[in-house]
Design a protein around this ligand. Structure first.
Ligand code: ZN
Length: 311
């Protein structure tokens, strides 16, 4: 198929305590909590969505916080870094901001030679703030100690760790139409939608130890379908290739299909529409528990099973 996703739609990960998760992503990273809902497949678990003001595709990081979850382990078959874009001139601000909150961080460089700050959240999840030039997206300016000029702009890239690069590379290129942009020291870098932001996938090869998906690790990466018709074409193409793919699921804020790439990472394809303003107005996003119509009758029971959070 020659159609390519418009970029990364969201990344979903597993956390422990929900309040610590809220505190890190709102106060440390300055993202907006755009939706408080539950895991539709396990409604006793929170599903928290963070992003820019609107929760735009390619700005979204979501979590299933699960108090007391076993810590995971990075390794092959997992997404091992989730990177966000900040203005290159803001890295100094971020280094001081993190140090001021007593959060360990270190300098690094991405595959294009951009400076970046590497940091881990309270569950040990590996994150990067990549200093970029020309990312025209505006960040969330609702956090008093993070001026809008320095705010996180949205997702930049993800890193997948694999024993072998080729099988994963084959799916990224042949099914998802990504192009190989560079290759160096055991890493192959792929690009979707040239020129846009949040469009890079890096595949690190030679990772022998299998990862353990649990607390502090990524659950899946979702890519943006241009429209529902294209998503149906991808679904059909996956079936033609003998890859197990789910039916189209209604995730309330987008429609989705899920499948595994050959190295074991769970992929999702998600539509941009209808987005997070479908069930609450922009100013109210993320302030209270929202449930899809089919879970609304169980609201009391669901609410009792969730650990309370304050935003
Ligand atoms: Zn998802």
């Amino acid at each position: 198929m020659s159609v390519t996703p418009h970029g990364i739609h969201h990344v979903t990960a597993i956390a422990g305590d929900p309040q610590r998760n809220v505190d890190f992503y709102t106060k440390v990273f300055g993202l907006r909590l755009v939706k408080q809902t539950v895991n539709f497949d396990a409604p006793h678990i929170w599903h928290l969505y963070y992003g820019d003001e609107h929760g735009s595709p390619a700005s979204i990081l979501t979590f299933f916080p699960w108090p007391g979850v076993t810590p995971g382990r990075e390794g092959s078959g997992l997404t091992t870094a989730t990177s966000f874009s900040v203005p290159a001139t803001s890295l100094g601000f971020w280094s001081k901001h993190l140090a001021g909150l007593n959060i360990d961080w270190s300098w690094g460089k991405d595959s294009s030679g951009h400076d970046l700050i590497e940091v881990r959240d309270y569950d040990g999840m590996r994150l990067q703030l990549v200093g970029t030039v020309g990312d025209i997206r505006s960040g969330w300016d609702g956090v008093s100690n993070i001026p809008a000029d320095h705010a996180v702009r949205g997702l930049h890239s993800v890193e997948l760790s694999q024993i072998q690069i080729d099988p994963t590379a084959g799916m990224l290129q042949n099914l998802l139409g990504m192009s190989l942009s560079s290759e160096s020291s055991g890493k192959a870098n792929f690009q979707m939608a040239e020129g846009a932001s949040g469009t890079k996938v890096e595949v690190l090869g030679g990772v022998g130890d299998r990862g353990l998906q649990a607390g502090g690790t990524v659950h899946h990466v979702a890519f943006r379908a241009p429209d529902l018709t294209t998503m149906e074409l991808w679904q059909q193409e996956l079936m033609n290739r003998g890859v197990a793919v789910t039916e189209i699921k209604d995730r309330q804020y987008f429609k989705s299909i899920y499948f595994r790439e050959p190295g074991g990472v769970l992929f999702e394809i998600a539509t941009d529409d209808p987005g997070f303003e479908t069930d609450e107005p922009l100013l109210e996003l993320g302030k209270k528990l929202k449930l899809p119509p089919w879970l609304e009758p169980s609201r009391d029971q669901i609410q009792q099973s969730l650990t309370e959070i304050s935003v």
